[in-house]
Write a protein that binds this ligand. Structure first.
Ligand SMILES: Cc1cc2nc3c(=O)[nH]c(=O)nc-3n(C[C@H](O)[C@H](O)[C@H](O)COP(=O)(O)OP(=O)(O)OC[C@H]3O[C@@H](n4cnc5c(N)ncnc54)[C@H](O)[C@@H]3O)c2cc1C
Ligand SMILES: NC(=O)c1ccc[n+]([C@@H]2O[C@H](COP(=O)([O-])OP(=O)(O)OC[C@H]3O[C@@H](n4cnc5c(N)ncnc54)[C@H](O)[C@@H]3O)[C@@H](O)[C@H]2O)c1
Length: 460
């Protein structure tokens, strides 16, 4: 016999727990089901651990640069990977257990550990218990793509999940994939002291960005000693005598071999739908396996919603959390929020970081609209010089007619933070002429935003 509840939430990622608590607080008897760790990818093997490790890597990097700032350190900089991992584990553990305590302390809400699957159009089975509810929310996230390269089954490889258990320094880390995951780990491990090789299929790193962004990122990473191979094809791998992995590929028409102590796969993520057994429901998935949702995150089946990475609408923690806000607003607050209300924004957490919002130059050219562009190399920014961090640039795009911002790329020190100035101007539909006249604090990086806006030129 099915246990009847008011709502079932599957997945404890970046939308599910928050929605489950809101539903329970609204008086609905709710269950939330999680198969491994509360907090999902972000907390356990995504944003939080990587940014914790990025912070350790930056300390090592700055320690190596100490003499440039007139600071003398005795001896070489050495990274203790066990201590790096312990620091990361402590921060992750506190966040994950904090979420569990919050959920367990919420009235009307039951947390069930296990893998949930549909056993009927509206029935969910987990660990021998069967639940039925008029409202079901799917927040099952994604998993690393594992390709079928020749030899992969014979070697040991890492993903963003298993690399979290690593407590030794790889002698030579080969990373396949030169996008978010690949580049954040590449710089981090290089700074920890590994040799790092990145092998990327595309003709540029992080190829959804404009070429000037990709090229500057490449220069920054190569400047730190990372080997980068673009245009890779036909990858095969084999184990090496005495451990490690040999990777063969065709790179731009030339065959290349890299011998690594470790191999990290960073070639994208795939939605977690298989375990859900959606076949017994009428829920439609797209060709790429994402759960199809409308602008308010309803699936095609009444009473079933999906949120987060599993929908394919954004693949970030902030998009998943925003999905929770949209569903909660529609269900509980009589507020018809929509996915299409949000402005695309994200960051790549290399150092210096890339903060991005809205359209790229390529998007604007495709749209055919008239635009103005502002560019500020960091070599012109006083605060960047004072900090010794003059790599990168700031770039903004403005609609020539409406004078509203179209987008921006801040590849610079604090770029992940200051991009919010443009994001909030876009959210408030504030024309650039307002920011151009604003008085900013000296000496900051943001101080040069009004200056950049005073020097806009037509995008030719
Ligand atoms: C290495 C890495 C770094 C990242 N860094 C950033 C970053 O800096 N900023 C950013 O915005 N984003 C980052 N992301 C992306 C971010 O982690 C994801 O976009 C976000 O976690 C998606 O949240 P979600 O709620 O969709 O799902 P997830 O966080 O993936 O959670 C889904 C949960 O559902 C559970 N689950 C799945 N199927 C079932 C089932 N059948 N039954 C029960 N439970 C199930 C899973 O165990 C998981 O806990 C990063 C990702 C990675 C991999
Ligand atoms: N800073 C952040 O917000 C952050 C950080 C990490 C991950 N993430 C999220 O995680 C998701 C997954 O990240 P990702 O970097 O794995 O995926 P991605 O889809 O962004 O990039 C995958 C990269 O691998 C390359 N690739 C694919 N197949 C290949 C092959 N056979 N050989 C060589 N290269 C190949 C692609 O060309 C691409 O550059 C992203 O969508 C992102 O949203 C976000």
């Amino acid at each position: 016999m099915a246990e009847n509840v008011d709502a079932i939430v599957i997945g404890g990622g970046q939308a599910g727990p928050f929605l489950a608590v809101r539903l329970a607080q609204a008086g609905m008897k709710t269950v939330i089901i999680e198969r491994s760790h509360m907090g999902g990818t972000c907390v356990n093997n995504g944003c939080m651990p990587t940014k914790t490790m990025v912070a350790s890597a930056r300390v090592a990097h700055m320690a190596r640069r100490a003499a440039e700032y007139g600071v003398a350190l005795a001896g070489d900089v050495r990274v203790d990977m066990k201590a790096v991992k312990a620091r990361k584990d402590k921060i992750v553990e506190a966040s994950s257990t904090g979420l569990v305590k919050w959920i367990e302390g919420t009235e009307n809400l039951e947390l069930i550990w296990g893998t949930a699957r549909f056993t009927g159009p509206r029935e969910i089975e987990v660990g021998g218990r069967v639940f039925s509810a008029p409202r079901i929310f799917l927040n099952t996230g994604g998993s690393p793509v594992v390709p079928d390269w020749p030899g992969l089954a014979e070697v040991s490889y890492l993903t963003n999940e298993s690399i979290m258990d690593l407590d030794v320094l790889p002698d030579h880390l080969i990373i396949v994939g030169g996008s978010y995951i690949g580049l954040e780990f590449a710089q981090m491990f290089r700074r920890f002291g590994s040799r790092v090789t990145v092998v990327e299929h595309g003709e540029r790193l992080i190829s959804r960005e404009d070429p000037d962004v990709s090229d500057t990122i490449r220069e920054i990473l190569e400047g730190e000693g990372i080997a980068i191979h673009l245009n890779s094809r036909d990858i095969s791998v084999a184990p090496m005598d005495g451990g490690g992995v040999k990777l063969n590929a065709n790179v731009g028409g030339v065959s290349m071999t890299a011998e690594g102590s470790h191999l990290l796969l960073a070639i994208g993520r795939t939605p977690n739908v298989e375990a859900l057994n959606l076949g017994v429901t009428d829920v439609v998935v797209t060709e790429r396996g994402f759960i199809k949702v409308d602008d308010q995150l309803r699936t095609n089946v009444e009473g079933i919603w999906a949120m987060g990475d599993v929908t394919g609408h954004g693949a970030f923690t902030h998009t998943s959390y925003n999905d929770f806000e949209i569903v909660a607003a529609n269900l509980l607050d009589n507020d018809p929020r929509r996915v299409s209300d949000r402005i695309d924004t994200y960051a790549l957490f290399i150092d210096p970081p890339l903060g991005r919002v809205g359209m790229s130059e390529a998007d604007i050219r495709r749209s055919g609209r008239k635009a103005l562009v502002g560019l500020m190399p960091m070599t012109r920014v006083g605060r960047a010089k004072e900090k010794g961090e003059t790599q990168g640039f700031m770039k903004v795009f403005v609609d020539a007619e409406s004078e509203l911002f179209l987008g921006a790329a801040f590849l610079c020190t604090e770029g992940d933070e200051i991009v919010h100035i443009i994001l909030d101007a876009m959210a408030g539909k504030v024309p650039y002429t307002v920011l151009k006249r604003a008085m900013h604090i000296h000496p900051t990086v943001s101080e040069l935003i009004p200056t950049m806006l005073q020097e806009l030129k037509p995008l030719e």
